[in-house]
Design a binder for this molecule. Structure first.
Ligand code: AMP
Length: 191
């Protein structure tokens, strides 16, 4: 089993690369953004709660997000492991998932960080906003807000994994296949 955190700012390519990794390594996908969007679409109480945070480009509170991830893992056992996409996004979430994996006797996660400069990220997100139906991709001020939230609240997660010697930086520039080969190169060393 291998558990991976696909890390990086909004627009780094986490969703695209997750799909390819799931296929190659038969992992279960946990995308907190997708789970929130599913709940918003179905107007569940979780979706209603998350919406105001998401539309403004803020993080949904840790407790809500952590419980949602715990529920998902409990309901979805995985033989080969999980790929965490867009989670953890705060130091509190990082500590929570580390303890949870340990409690469930699952392997500690490796963090794979996709590195992309901010000008490129904003360009990609505005492009995605034209076709994705995501309100948060259609407003440049919300896109910039999400980048700021990433720098302030999410970037420290990488330091936490660096300290634990479980973080890897990977260039997120170039074509999808080239980036995928870089990621697979790191994973291969841990199988
Ligand atoms: P994403 O699809 O990963 O870009 O997530 C879209 C939005 O969902 C984010 O801007 C946050 O508002 C919310 N969200 C997703 N994952 C998390 C998380 N791990 N913690 C808090 N909020 C999250």
């Amino acid at each position: 089993m291998i558990n991976l955190i696909l890390f990086g700012p909004p627009g780094a390519g986490k969703g695209t690369q997750s799909q390819k990794l799931i296929e190659k390594y038969q992992l279960s996908h946990i995308s907190t953004g997708d789970l929130f969007r599913y709940n918003m679409k179905n107007a569940t109480s979780l979706g209603k709660l998350a919406k105001s945070y998401i539309d403004a480009g803020n993080l949904v509170p840790d407790e809500v997000t952590n419980n949602m991830v715990k529920d998902f893992i409990e309901r979805t056992p995985s033989k080969n492991g999980y790929i965490l996409d867009g989670y953890p996004r705060s130091s509190n979430q990082a500590k929570y998932i580390d303890n949870l994996l340990d409690d469930f006797k699952l392997s500690p996660a490796l963090l794979l960080s996709l590195e992309v400069n901010e000008d490129e990220l904003i360009k990609r997100l505005l492009e995605r906003g034209k076709t994705s139906n995501r309100i948060d991709d259609q407003d440049e001020s919300v896109i910039r807000k999400r980048q700021n939230v990433y720098q302030k609240e999410t970037a420290p997660v990488k330091e936490y994994y660096d300290y634990k010697k479980r973080a890897y930086s990977i260039s997120g520039l170039g074509d999808v296949e080239t980036i995928f080969d870089r990621i697979a190169g790191v994973i291969q060393k841990h199988l």
